[in-house]
Design a protein around this ligand. Structure first.
Ligand code: SAH
Ligand code: SF4
Length: 369
């Protein structure tokens, strides 16, 4: 049995196509030695195709107002226990400029989903000021949900060049079990196409460990990433938020944390073996499951980390899930600690670099920026 697993991993590392059930087998590995073999292969491939550097992106959580009601998310519209906030334009820009001081190279502006004109214009203005004040040096990624194509176009024209919009799950039925009426799977897919058409480096991803989700679903999710030709993958474990409807379906969450982390790491490694030269984030959700979760993610094949720059007084308002790390963490202090721990994990932080997706340039046959 074990020999079979090792040979599957080796075949995948060599770029061979595996059957769906073989990918499932690899996703479900729990033997620590086999896992280390898997992570080693994924990490080697990442170094070979994307380099040994880790790109950092400063995360700015712009607003927790949200018009959506995703059943898993702590800032969903119907959660009345969340104090709502929205950064002023100058706060967004000043916070993003900290990235330059910290030599992060790029920022991600993320928010709850809003389609009001005031918000849309504010994001456009924030992006263009960040580009102007940094002389074009700071790269801007957006993660502000589903929008009209013209909005994505305007934000791209303002200077944003990457966008993260997770599909969450590519299974239509599972999607509707996680999202109430008013959410549309088709629209989410349509938005991913719009983003590509606008010229963004396209980021998508899923949560793993969702109620009713199987390893077979995740194999199909990875097919989805491949078919849509994503440049960046932001995936992470689903984590319970006590005020959400989905929490009731995960009564044993606390006892399952180690297994959930282990599965999420397997998923990173499998995505690296399948999608090869894309950017993969070691997300904060991994950090929520273990203090060194992000470093474990890097060792399993991820190559991007997103340290939080959001002003401290707003952090407790952006709790997508319980026990989110960094709520009281000082951005300047954590920056040094993060750099050290990344280096301890065997990687080097790349300063002042956008850390673009190699895949984006390879598929377009463009020279890498
Ligand atoms: N509103 C935007 C961006 C902010 S939410 C959007 O939804 O696209 C960013 C991501 O947080 C979501 O894509 C989702 O995958 C993740 N998220 C939300 N609730 C979560 C939870 N309980 N556990 C883990 N990840 C969660
Ligand atoms: Fe809103 Fe995004 Fe949370 Fe859904 S996941 S409720 S869209 S912030």
């Amino acid at each position: 049995m074990n020999d079979h697993i090792y040979s599957l991993i080796q075949l995948a590392a060599d770029g061979q196509k595996l059957q769906a059930e073989d990918w499932e087998t690899v996703l479900n590995i729990s033997d620590p030695e086999a896992q280390q073999f898997l992570y080693g292969k994924a990490s080697d491939l990442r170094v070979q195709l994307c380099g040994a550097n880790v790109a950092l992106r400063g995360l700015v959580e712009v607003s927790n107002y949200c018009t959506k009601n995703c059943l898993y998310c702590g800032i969903r519209k119907d959660n009345c226990n969340v104090p709502r906030f929205e950064l002023e334009l100058n706060e967004i820009v000043d916070t993003a400029m900290l990235a330059q001081e910290y030599r992060y190279g790029s920022v991600v502006l993320q928010s709850g989903e809003r389609t009001d004109v005031r918000f849309i214009d504010k994001i456009a203005e924030a992006v263009s000021r960040i580009k102007k004040y940094s002389n074009g040096k700071i790269g801007v990624t957006l993660s502000c949900g589903e929008q009209e194509k013209s909005v994505y176009q305007d934000w791209f024209s303002a200077g944003a060049h990457r966008y993260l919009l997770r599909i969450e799950t590519s299974d239509r039925k599972l999607y509707s079990s996680l999202h109430p009426a008013g959410h549309s799977f088709d629209n989410r897919v349509q938005c991913l196409h719009y983003l590509k058409e606008c010229g963004y480096q396209l980021g998508t991803g899923i949560m793993c460990g969702l109620p009713r989700q199987t390893a077979a679903d995740i194999v199909k999710d990875i097919d989805f990433f491949e078919n849509i030709d994503a440049d960046m993958i932001g995936m992470g474990p689903y984590l319970v938020q006590h005020d959400t409807p989905l929490a009731a379906l995960c009564p044993d969450f606390e006892q399952e944390k180690a297994a959930r982390l282990s599965f999420a790491l397997n998923m990173i490694a499998v995505v690296r073996l399948r999608l090869r030269d894309v950017n993969i984030a070691a997300t904060t959700a991994l950090h929520a499951l273990a203090p060194d979760g992000r470093e474990q993610g890097l060792k399993a094949g991820a190559n991007v980390v997103m340290p939080n720059l959001t002003p401290l007084r707003f952090r407790s308002g952006y709790l997508l899930y319980d026990d989110k790390p960094g709520v009281n963490e000082n951005a300047a202090a954590s920056r040094n600690a993060l750099r050290e721990s990344i280096e301890k994990a065997g990687f080097s932080v790349i300063d002042d670099d956008w850390g673009d997706s190699v895949h984006f340039f390879t598929k377009a046959k463009l020279p890498h920026a």
